[in-house]
Design a protein around this ligand. Structure first.
Ligand code: MN
Length: 134
């Protein structure tokens, strides 16, 4: 991890959010939290994160709408976005990937592997963005 790498967690469930913030902060990963679309957009405007963990069910909107907006904007189209949802039904993963997500982490999270999974995603995102190197 280099300085400035950060994760933006978009999650309206306080218990899930607290657990994720706890795990990432304990691992020394800079993390920001957004609980709805407005907070999310303010966070992205303030600083582009290296990884977005996007809950698919949010108050007043859904994660895929926000993902579509990011992909449609040249400034944010390259961001690594991982869908985060309790939907573990067959076909969901496919739907999220088709909707512009890079990957999918089902809820409830696996506390034993979550941090490593996040680090892998951050690393994958960096290698996929050649203009960020050097
Ligand atoms: Mn939710």
């Amino acid at each position: 991890m280099t300085e400035g790498e950060s994760v933006l967690v978009v999650e309206d469930n306080d218990q899930n959010l607290e657990l994720i913030l706890f795990l990432l902060e304990e691992a020394g990963i800079p993390v920001h939290a957004a609980r709805d679309a407005g907070e999310f957009q303010a966070c992205v405007r303030a600083k582009l994160p290296d990884l977005i963990l996007m809950d698919m069910q949010l108050p007043g909107t859904d994660g895929l709408s926000l993902v579509r907006e990011l992909r449609a904007n040249p400034l944010t189209a390259h961001l690594t976005i991982v869908a985060f949802t309790a939907h573990a039904m067959r076909g969901d993963r496919q739907r999220f990937l088709a909707g512009g997500c890079d990957g999918y982490i089902p809820k409830p999270i696996n506390v034993a592997t979550f941090v490593e999974e996040i680090k892998t995603w951050i690393a994958a995102g960096r290698s996929a963005r050649p203009f960020d190197k050097g």
